[in-house]
Design a protein around this ligand. Structure first.
Ligand SMILES: [Mn+2]
Length: 316
């Protein structure tokens, strides 16, 4: 019998798995990818009696492969906070799904484990940009401001590592990063002792400094549009840079465009203080989609840039 751990390559996915495997140590096959690669269940070839744990990827987006596995007699345990649609009926499926805005997969696993590895849950929640929820969850730990800041920073670093168009853009393959973190039951030990943490920090600080050197291509009180170049560092940092801007300017909507193949990859964040409208805006374009608070367009051609700008200004 084989065990599979299928997890999003971002902080929420990695920190959720970290809690679970500290509580239930087990040799498992790891299946993950860059943060945007969410069609992960299709990579699982399992047989009757095998067990799959799924963390932080939409059930709706993986429905066909979930049904395939259940039909093959594979048992599945599913933790997630993305849109799920109808949850299949099967006694082989255990699901822990909550799409409430202030919940992430780490916090769901934390509930499941009754707080056994809470500092890792807090780290992942910060990484998912849920600062308020992370702080509330951390209350029983009675951490100082400085310690909370350390966990916030670690969450940001792990989250940063997941961004890229392909694995080739990343500093660490997410499964390698997980294996590096795995021995640490306490994130403060990882921060203090592991060279991988220093490596992430160096990469992040360098990339974010490059991003901060770029001037907004449009800016007013309610909007900002940034255009980043077609470079690895830009693909790595665009997501965390957008999160950082959202925290700095919570009343502003942000559009992050990364140049690619005669156009742009677009990521839109609704204002943090009014997290709605991003999906409707992006769906006006052929390759757009996403959630109310955060959405994107896979390819916006250069000639449609002004059209996009008008629609963005209109939307928020
Ligand atoms: Mn998440």
């Amino acid at each position: 019998m084989k065990n599979f751990d299928v997890f999003n390559g971002d902080a929420d996915g990695i920190c959720a798995l970290q809690q679970l495997r500290l509580a239930e140590p087990k040799e498992t096959v790891l299946v993950t990818g860059v943060k945007r690669d969410i069609n992960l269940l299709k990579k699982v070839t399992a047989a009757a009696g095998d067990a799959v744990t799924v963390l932080d990827i939409s059930l709706d987006k993986n429905r066909d492969d979930l049904l395939r596995l259940l039909q093959q007699g594979v048992s599945v345990r599913y933790f997630d906070h993305h849109f799920a649609g109808e949850i299949p009926e099967s006694n082989l499926l255990q699901s822990f799904i909550d799409t409430e805005a202030n919940i992430c997969t780490c916090l769901l696993v934390n509930q499941y484990l009754e707080g056994a590895f809470l500092p890792w849950a807090v780290t992942g929640a910060f990484g998912d940009n849920l600062y308020t929820a992370a702080r509330e969850a951390a209350a029983p730990l009675q951490l100082s401001e400085q310690e909370l800041e350390q966990l916030r920073y670690l969450g940001t670093l792990i989250n940063y590592n997941g961004y890229g168009a392909s694995l080739d853009d990343l500093l660490f393959h997410p499964d390698d990063l997980y294996r590096t973190i795995k021995p640490y039951s306490d994130p403060f030990d990882f921060i203090r002792d592991d060279p991988a943490c220093a490596r992430l920090q160096q990469g992040y600080e360098k990339d974010i400094a490059s991003a901060e050197a770029i001037k907004a291509s449009y800016e007013d009180d309610a909007h900002a549009i940034y255009i980043l170049p077609d470079e690895k560092w830009a693909r790595r940092v665009s997501g965390v840079f957008a999160n950082q801007l959202a925290q700095q300017y919570p009343d502003r909507a942000h559009a992050m465009l990364t140049e690619r193949e005669g156009g742009y990859l677009v990521s839109v964040r609704a204002p943090l203080n009014n997290r709605t409208g991003a999906d409707v805006l992006c769906r006006q374009f052929a390759t757009g989609g996403g959630r109310k608070a955060a959405a994107g367009i896979n390819h916006l051609s250069t000639k449609d840039f002004s059209l996009f700008r008008e629609a963005f200004l209109e939307a928020f």
